[in-house]
Design a protein around this ligand. Structure first.
Ligand code: BGC
Length: 737
């Protein structure tokens, strides 16, 4: 349809119909008899007519169901306007790849792009149009459960992933049957709740907000992202949902986003709980005035907007403006011509979980694993060794993470299954040792009652594990968080692995101290304790459908762990939030200051995290030479080339992720000690070396200056090139006026 036709359509629609386009409800409202007026409808204060006119549906999947629903809906709709089907496809639809934090660890945005394209293909065949992804909230506080949905603590890395994911979902032609529209979220600053407690207040200075938190949303928007979801939190003490300066000035005017804006689940109503809106009417008015287009699951628009326009309390133009954006999106996606878009029952069966998709997610998992420690070359394991695989994750199907509701755990390959399939002739025993948690009590979740086991059974599991450990040369313990300890509403004050698993580790250690750990987690955990009693730790996050195979291949050296931490792993909870790009202080602490007191440090713990951002090892060893610069000074239009020689001095072919960081020595505002500005993955055979060259240009040196603009300031810069953010391999260069 042309814009003119859309305008005509808008002109013909009744006010009630228009408001319907701005209302999103879950699929169960459309199922016959499932949402009786006395049930969920009553809770949302909406009636059957509102349901019939609702413009979009949340969380419903499946080609057959969605084709039928669309058909019935269009027939009954006064102007036959199709529905939009949206849901959360975060790390895969049915073929699940690693959680976003793990994807961040790959330092391979191009791989996430391929994964997003694969997820879009599967979901589009199942009839979906929009995914509520990517989540690009910058995260620095491991207590927050939703760090698993982010690609980490670095603003630039997050921006690369934001762009890659949007491009993966949407491709070049959003109308294509294989594509989904992307909805970037949660705008804005949701990743910085006070104390790491979900939904809590966010307090950021304007500079921190703009310089660290906004760029990844901007990267998604610049990549053409069709939708933005506002966050639950306040920004400058106003909930984002009704925050006019944030949504109209920053998002629309400054960032140039003219697509559809949606509120988060129930968020309009929550503005009343915040004490910002007096009632549902006020919430409706403030939301529409702020430019909020779609109301997700409160019924506030459906209940109030029509009446408020009629009473002159809300300007109809605001409604028209929002409806027009929704119609345009439906048109861009091609729904007026092809209301079922990619929905195709046969194709759905063909492509979902097909071998090609499984192979891609296996590679994505392998690329995300981070080898945190590897004393005495514990990993890779060798065929001639007698090995005991012990732990609740040895044969666990729950490897998909907390935000893969469409994925079926039965489609997941466990470590044990993979080992039995792939390791013929190896001497490996398998024992569970203990349940993941003693009692999983997590109110609010459907699956909160995963059972532990009786004390007798517990003892049996432990005894069997100890016997197996005693007989083995090496013990590999598969430990980690319960997936429900991560994700939304899963903030934690303690960042340890569950106590029952700590006990298993201690007991096994008594009979066999030759221990390596494979760790499953959705966030940085505090590993200071278990690090001391294990020779190696391989972090595999929540690796997805092919997790088992990816782990077995990595443990046996068929592939090498090449991931690098996208978030610092704290030494203890008291350090949190801890991130590598901290600001310089007036009393900055360095190792040389030893035990000096009046410096910015703790008395009882180090300042540095246990494992810093960018950290990760492989199965070989690399050296990185001093930095050579093509010149020491550059004007704003020139470039400097910085090079290092990287050499594989280890015992096998391997990959290093060479990282470049920059520090602005003197500026009009205080700058971070270091910021990631480049990285390259280098694969080299034994005894081979190569020159790795980074380009430095003026745009990398820009920041949000004291006058509120993005620019660089001439002067001295320190350049670091090394294996992680703690590198001290440095030189200096100058930017000239
Ligand atoms: C989450 C969003 C999600 C939405 C819809 C909310 O609770 O915060 O990230 O997209 O639900 O499922």
């Amino acid at each position: 349809m042309k814009d003119e036709q859309l305008k005509e359509l808008l002109g013909e629609m009744s006010l009630k119909e228009k408001v319907g386009q701005l209302s999103q409800i879950t699929g169960n409202f459309f199922m016959e008899g499932a949402a009786l007026v006395t049930g969920p409808m009553q809770q949302l204060h909406i009636n059957e007519e509102d349901v019939k006119l609702s413009g979009s549906v949340l969380g419903m999947i499946g080609a057959e169901v969605l084709i039928q629903l669309q058909k019935d809906y269009i027939e009954k709709h006064p102007h036959h306007i199709p529905l939009l089907f949206m849901t959360d496809i975060i790390n895969g639809y049915k073929t699940i790849y690693p959680i976003p934090l793990a994807q961040g660890a790959s330092f391979m945005p191009e791989l996430s792009q391929q994964c997003a394209a694969m997820a879009a293909k599967e979901a589009a065949a199942s009839g979906l149009h929009i995914t509520f992804s990517p989540m690009v909230d910058l995260v620095r506080d491991a207590r927050w459960g939703r760090v698993m949905e982010s690609t980490g603590e670095d603003v630039w890395l997050n921006s690369l992933f934001a762009k890659a994911m949007v491009e993966g979902y949407q491709g070049e032609e959003i109308r294509s049957k294989d594509k989904l529209a992307a909805c970037v979220k949660h705008f804005a600053g949701y990743g910085a709740p006070d104390g790491g407690r979900d939904y809590n207040t966010v307090q950021l200075t304007e500079r921190t907000f703009r310089e660290y938190y906004l760029p990844a949303y901007k990267a998604a928007i610049d990549a053409g992202c069709k939708m933005v979801m506002a966050s639950f939190n306040t920004v400058n003490d106003i909930p984002a949902t009704v925050n006019k300066p944030l949504l109209r000035n920053i998002l629309r005017e400054e960032m140039g986003f003219w697509g559809v804006l949606i509120s988060d689940y129930g968020a309009m109503e929550e503005t009343i709980c915040h004490g910002l809106s007096a009632d549902r009417e006020e919430a409706a008015r403030l939301s529409i005035e702020a430019g909020m287009d779609i109301d997700m699951m409160t019924g506030i628009y459906a209940e109030n907007l029509e009446g408020m326009v009629k009473k002159g309390q809300v300007d109809e133009e605001l409604v028209d403006e929002a409806v027009m954006r929704v119609l345009k999106l439906k048109n861009e996606i091609g729904l007026f011509e092809h209301p079922y878009k990619g929905a195709d029952v046969t194709r759905e069966k063909e492509i979902i979980l097909c071998p090609e998709h499984r192979e891609l997610v296996r590679k994505a998992a392998e690329s995300s694993f981070v080898l945190l420690k590897n004393e005495e070359e514990f990993f890779p394991l060798k065929k001639e060794e007698k090995i005991a695989f012990i732990g609740p994750y040895v044969d666990r199907k729950h490897l998909l993470g907390a935000w893969s509701p469409m994925g079926d755990i039965e489609d997941t390959v466990t470590v044990k299954e993979a080992a039995e399939e792939m390791l013929e002739g190896w001497d490996i025993t398998f024992s569970k040792g203990c349940p993941v948690m003693k009692n999983v009590i997590m109110a609010g979740f459907n699956e909160f009652h995963e059972k532990g086991c009786s004390e007798i059974e517990e003892q049996k599991l432990l005894n069997a594990a100890k016997i197996a450990a005693e007989k083995a040369d090496k013990v590999v313990l598969f430990l980690g968080e319960h997936y429900l300890q991560t994700g939304e509403a899963a903030s934690r004050g303690n960042l340890d692995i569950p106590e029952i698993q700590q006990n298993l580790l201690a007991e096994v250690k008594r009979v066999n101290p030759n221990i390596g750990i494979v760790l499953f987690n959705g966030r940085p955990l505090v590993l200071s304790g278990i690090e001391k009693i294990s020779k190696a730790i391989l972090d595999v996050w929540f690796p997805g459908s092919e997790g088992g195979r990816a782990i077995v291949r990595t443990l046996t050296g068929a592939c090498e762990p090449t991931g690098r931490l996208p978030m610092s792993f704290p030494y203890c909870v008291g350090q949190v939030p801890v991130h590598y790009d901290e600001f310089k202080t007036g009393r900055h602490y360095t190792m040389e200051k030893g035990k000096e007191r009046y410096v910015s440090r703790y008395l009882d713990i180090p300042n540095a995290p246990l494992y810093p951002f960018g950290w990760g090892m492989g199965y070989t060893e690399f050296t990185i030479s001093n930095i050579q610069l093509s010149k020491f000074e550059m004007t704003k239009t020139e470039k400097i080339y910085a090079s290092v020689v990287v050499e594989n001095i280890g015992k096998q072919k391997g990959t290093e992720v060479v990282q470049m960081y920059v520090c602005d020595v003197v500026a009009s505002v205080v700058r971070p000690v270091k910021q990631l500005k480049g990285f390259q993955r280098i694969t080299l055979d034994i005894n081979k070396k190569m020159e790795v060259v980074f380009e430095i240009s003026e745009d990398m040196l820009r920041f949000f200056t004291v006058d509120g603009s993005w620019k660089s300031e001439p002067g001295e810069f320190i350049l670091y090139i090394g294996k992680n953010s703690a590198t001290d391999n440095q030189t200096k260069f100058w930017l000239l006026e």
